[in-house]
Design a protein around this ligand. Structure first.
Ligand code: PMP
Ligand code: GLU
Length: 376
């Protein structure tokens, strides 16, 4: 068949593919990038209220003004990004679509995009869709996947139009220290590159503090969403923010010609995400995730397969060695669903991604025992 060649280098998302395979009786599912926490009731009730009030029509393509104002206030007060107004915000159906819009708005065929290796699976495919050229920046498990000299010298030798940053990180759980982020910003500034800072896990930090590059570097597009922090993966809502209003305007052109706008009543519901009650609930959820992280890190370190302790998100990326696709298949046969490491980049070879977002703490012993049995 005569299909478009732009998909030649683009694969189905491995996270979705392997999550679907692991949804079987008897399988402990450690594949999914989501948390077994119900969306806060206040948000669910607000969606029902919005539906009852007939808030079911198109909204402005950029999102309802009330939500964009809440987002800009939050970014100013919590992330230290001064000078943002509602005009600097674009709301869409999930962070993923906003990353797609950002890359499509910036990259001409052949232009360079710097991606840490490993990186979340969708960045690579989105860059391929835009026909950009990927510059992989090496990260190492024994450095806890924090950028080191090799990462910076590769970056120094390249000429990227965009540098991707994702801290806390999927798939590694790494939280970049502020000085590392500042070093990336210095380089971006010298090379006049954009930073796309994917901050979707910003609230899920156990040790260390979050730092938003946009607080000191204007040529940044900050990406965030409601999927993780508020356990709203199925609601499909996220946002992009940039001090450079023009880039938001360009992304909005793609939005108006693709999805039109995010779902109306979901946007009204998200206004409740900024209440104190919801914030307290998120804090409890993060404490529970930290407890799971501690148990899993202990168990897997005892097995000798993990040599770092991730400080955030809810992922571990142990290096087991061998062929990671076979490993993931074998683990699945033995009743543990994980994502193989290589779809996250060549540095993921021999690794698997474990999500502990969906596994109750009292089942973690069982996970470690099954793991030990399967990889021996
Ligand atoms: N960025 C990262 C790093 C992710 O892990 C995900 C997965 N949810 C996304 C973006 C996309 O999130 P959303 O559900 O808002 O599209
Ligand atoms: N981001 C999540 C993950 O990495 C959900 C799936 C996806 O969006 O790719 O598992």
């Amino acid at each position: 068949m005569d299909y478009a060649s732009r998909l030649d280098k683009v694969k189905e998302s491995a996270t979705f593919k392997y999550s679907a395979q692991a949804k079987k009786d008897g399988v402990i599912n450690l594949t999914q990038g989501l948390i077994n926490h119900e969306t806060p009731k206040k948000i669910r009730d607000a969606a029902i209220k919005a539906l009852g009030e007939g808030k079911t029509t198109y909204t402005p393509t950029r999102g309802i003004p009330q939500l964009r104002e809440k987002i800009s206030d939050k970014l100013k007060s919590q992330n230290g990004i001064k000078g943002l107004e509602a005009e600097n915000i674009l709301v869409s159906c999930g962070a993923k679509h906003l990353i797609f819009e950002a890359v499509m708005a910036l990259i001409n065929p052949g232009e360079q995009v710097a991606l840490p290796n490993p990186s979340w699976v969708s960045y690579e495919s989105i860059v391929h869709l835009a026909e950009g050229k990927i510059i992989w920046l090496p990260l190492k498990a024994h450095e806890g996947f924090i950028p080191d000299d090799d990462f910076f010298s590769r970056l120094e030798d390249s000429n990227p139009k965009i540098i991707f940053m994702n801290s806390p990180n999927n798939p590694t759980g790494a939280v970049y220290p502020k000085k590392t982020i500042k070093k990336i910003i210095d380089l971006a500034e010298r090379k006049d590159a954009w930073i796309i800072s994917d901050e979707i896990y910003e609230r899920i930090i156990y040790d260390g503090r979050h730092f938003s590059p946009a607080s000191v570097y204007d040529k940044t597009i900050t990406i965030n969403g409601y999927s993780k922090e508020f356990s709203m993966t199925g609601w499909r809502l996220g946002y992009a923010a940039s001090k450079v209003e023009e880039v938001i305007d360009r992304m909005n052109i793609i939005q108006s010609q693709s999805v039109s706008c995010a779902t109306s009543f979901v946007q009204y519901a998200a206004l409740e995400a900024y209440s104190k009650e919801v914030s307290d609930e998120v804090e409890d959820m993060v404490s529970e995730l930290k407890h799971r992280r501690n148990l899993l890190v202990e168990g897997l370190s005892d097995l000798g397969v993990l040599n770092y302790s991730p400080q955030g998100a809810f992922y571990l990326f142990p290096k087991l060695g061998g062929d990671d696709i076979r490993l993931a298949d074998k683990l699945l046969e033995d009743g543990v669903g994980v994502i193989p490491g290589s779809p996250f980049g060549s540095a993921g070879q021999g690794c698997v991604r474990i999500s502990y977002g969906f596994i109750p703490a009292d089942r973690i012993d069982e996970v470690v025992v099954k793991f030990a049995g399967s990889i021996k």
